[in-house]
Design a protein around this ligand. Structure first.
Ligand SMILES: NC(=O)c1ccc[n+]([C@@H]2O[C@H](COP(=O)([O-])OP(=O)(O)OC[C@H]3O[C@@H](n4cnc5c(N)ncnc54)[C@H](O)[C@@H]3O)[C@@H](O)[C@H]2O)c1
Length: 243
């Protein structure tokens, strides 16, 4: 097996995506980093690091943009070994109050965005006869969550797509897995009211929220040669919440 070298990470400007990018950079990967919003602070995290990377701004729900992202990666590095589908949003609300727009937007980014990136990278990885696709799903995709019917549908869909694509691409040695984080400390969970966090903590056997590095450590393993016999799996990083 050829040494893994180039990784595309979506939603890499902050949170879990940034942590995965830094972990892969430290492991020697060249990085193609996507996000909708890059600011000076996010950019400096990578420019201050001694790593090989290119930044790309765009929306993963646009298939045109995603094609250009793949072109950028191929032009600069000549291969795409690992793709991490991490970009994601929430637009929470109980179903009777949820607008169609909020339902559609979350599906567009969290489900269609993953489809766009998987489709474009599958084409390349099938030719290479090697590759890893790592999708960031969620415990909410496994168990559902009141107030997140749009997000649960998208993340559950990501799980189903992961299993399907793993079956499609296995014969080409392209492995497709998903990570299902529980509740991890990022801007996405910062908005949760204190009483919600307290109630969550009672449901987490390890008694604390996760750190972004907890997810990044698993992503690095799934990007490494050591995970070469694992495909189609949904692996929880949730402090035992989904036991
Ligand atoms: N934080 C958690 O507890 C948790 C739990 C389970 C799953 N997740 C998933 O992990 C992933 C990362 O979440 P996070 O907590 O780091 O969130 P975050 O909000 O801190 O970061 C998400 C990043 O994705 C980018 N992004 C959003 N929409 C985009 C688009 N259309 N195209 C490109 N980039 C886009 C944002 O600009 C942001 O930089 C998401 O898919 C999320 O659903 C998070």
């Amino acid at each position: 097996m050829k040494e893994m070298k180039t990784a595309i990470i979506t939603g890499a400007a902050k949170g879990i995506g940034r942590s995965i990018a830094l972990k892969l950079a430290d492991a020697g990967f060249a990085l193609v980093l996507n996000d909708m919003k890059w600011d000076a602070e996010s950019e400096s995290v990578f420019s201050d690091r001694n790593c090989d990377y290119v930044l790309s701004s765009g929306d993963v729900s646009s298939s045109e943009y995603v094609k250009s992202l793949m072109d950028t990666a191929m032009e600069k590095y000549g291969s795409i070994d690992v793709v991490v589908n991490n970009a994601g949003i929430t637009r929470d609300g109980l179903i009777i109050k949820m607008s169609e727009e909020d339902f559609d937007k979350v599906i567009e980014v969290n489900l269609k965005g993953v489809f766009n990136v998987m489709k474009a990278s599958a084409r390349i990885m099938m030719k290479q006869r090697i590759g890893r696709i790592i999708n960031i799903s969620s415990i909410v995709g496994l168990r559902g969550n009141a107030g997140q019917i749009n997000y649960a549908a998208a993340k559950g869909g990501v799980i189903a797509m992961t299993k399907s694509l793993a079956k499609e691409l296995a014969s080409r040695s392209v492995l497709v897995n998903a990570i299902a984080p529980g509740f991890i400390k990022t801007d996405m969970t910062d908005v949760l009211p204190e009483n919600v966090v307290e109630s969550l903590l009672t449901q987490i056997p390890l008694g604390k929220l996760g750190e972004v590095e907890d997810v990044a450590n698993l992503a690095l393993f799934l990007a490494s040669e050591e995970s070469g016999y694992i495909t189609g799996q949904i692996i929880s990083v949730d402090g035992g919440m989904n036991i």
